[in-house]
Ligand binder design. Structure first.
Ligand SMILES: [Zn+2]
Ligand SMILES: [Zn+2]
Length: 388
């Protein structure tokens, strides 16, 4: 089979590798229909995640069809179409039973726990993948859910919802600010609407991203490149501050911004992946009764979010802006790696013709990007969308 193999910082190639095989009774082999690229994959490529060894197949998101199950698997069968959770977990240990799948205790001693795909074991940017603990780490896809919708449930929708919206304790009537309008920030914007907030304010430095945020359910947008961005946010709350500030960037400046706009008694939910320490002004926060939460996604809400996507209550398809075939995966990285320049949000990488034919090898990533841009395909016009 072919797969995207990492061979040290800055180096990957779509190359021939051996097919994965069942190693444990709970393993499942999936033939991938589609995958996507996460910001984390870009961090790996930069060399920021040294645990990723040379020779590793990247990717932790995707949807496919089961081709083989281990002897201990009884609730999944060959032919089932499944979403791969970015978190692998046994579903039986103490932490899993508490819903903390990202801290599964790995009772089989397989290979470590939580986020292991495309990290500690081979991942989903491949024609086939081995999924440990298949029964708890794969979700059957209801009829009518497309690849472009399914891949968003592997990681970004649960991450925005669990670590942003649920940990931030969004409740009806709240004013919610989401700092960062990348895929995960927009997932928080979209899923915050499930709790009926009165306002959802998207905050970003990029005007193009902010325009898009309104399409995902933001009621207001504020450009934080403007000097009075904070006053603009506070003006939307009668000066009180927001009830919930969700940080979805992962740099010290945006974490500080979240602490500056939250009201007394409010919540700061950090979703962004930070690469270095952040200064925490506890001397100011304690007296305002602020709570701060952090976390790695568990994907324990994946099944629930999948139902809402299937019912068209969450317009997940809106995230996919570009599509590529597997053999164009390197071009997909080019486009996703320069997301602002390409107006890219999520890229769909799949196993065959969808909307367009295969681009010829002589085309640049930019040419391919222009050709494959999915221009508003049934974006934002799902009849059941809660806020339309
Ligand atoms: Zn990810
Ligand atoms: Zn477990």
């Amino acid at each position: 089979m072919k797969a995207l193999v990492y061979s040290g910082p800055g180096n990957t190639s779509w190359q021939e590798v051996p097919l994965p095989v069942i190693q444990h009774p709970t393993d499942v082999i999936v033939k991938m229909e589609a995958t996507t690229i996460c910001g984390t994959d870009l961090h790996i490529l930069k060399g920021d995640v040294p645990a990723v060894a040379s020779g590793r197949i990247l990717g932790h998101e995707g949807v496919g069809v089961i081709t083989e199950v281990g002897s201990g698997v009884t609730r999944l069968a060959v032919g089932d179409r499944v979403i791969v959770s970015c978190i692998s977990s046994c579903g039986r240990c103490e932490n899993c039973r508490a819903g903390l799948y990202s801290h599964c205790l790995d009772p089989e001693g397989t290979v470590g726990i939580g986020w292991i795909l495309g990290h500690l074991i081979d991942g989903t940017q491949a024609e086939y993948v081995r999924i440990p603990f298949g029964e708890n780490s794969l979700y059957k896809v209801p009829v009518g859910v497309s690849d472009a919708e399914a891949v968003l449930l592997s990681d970004i929708l649960p991450t925005g919802f669990e670590i942003g919206v649920q940990y931030g304790r969004v409740k009806p009537g709240d004013v919610v600010a989401v700092i960062g309008s990348g895929p995960v920030g927009l997932a928080a914007v979209m899923t915050s609407r499930l709790y009926g907030p009165s306002k959802v304010i998207a905050v970003d430095v990029d005007a193009a991203r902010l325009r898009r945020a309104s399409d995902f359910g933001a009621t207001h947008t504020v450009n934080s490149a403007e000097d009075d961005w904070k006053e603009q946010v506070l003006a939307l709350t009668d000066g009180a501050g927001v009830d919930v500030a969700i940080e979805a960037v992962g740099i010290p400046a945006t974490f500080t911004m979240a602490t500056q706009i939250v009201r007394p008694g409010g919540h700061v939910a950090n979703v962004g992946v930070h690469g270095r320490p952040v200064e925490l002004p506890l001397n100011e926060l304690w007296i305002a009764n602020i709570t701060i939460s952090t976390g790695l996604v568990n994907t324990n809400t994946l099944g629930m979010l999948l139902k809402l996507v299937a019912q068209r209550a969450l317009p997940a398809r809106a995230f996919v802006t570009h599509e590529f075939t597997f053999d164009q995966v390197e071009a997909a990285y080019e486009v996703f790696g320069n997301a602002a320049q390409n107006d890219a949000l999520k890229v769909l990488i799949h196993d065959g013709p969808r909307l367009l034919g295969t681009a010829s090898g002589s085309e640049s990533a930019q040419d391919i990007a222009e050709k494959v841009y999915i221009d508003g395909i049934d974006r934002f016009d799902h009849p059941g969308t809660a806020w339309n």
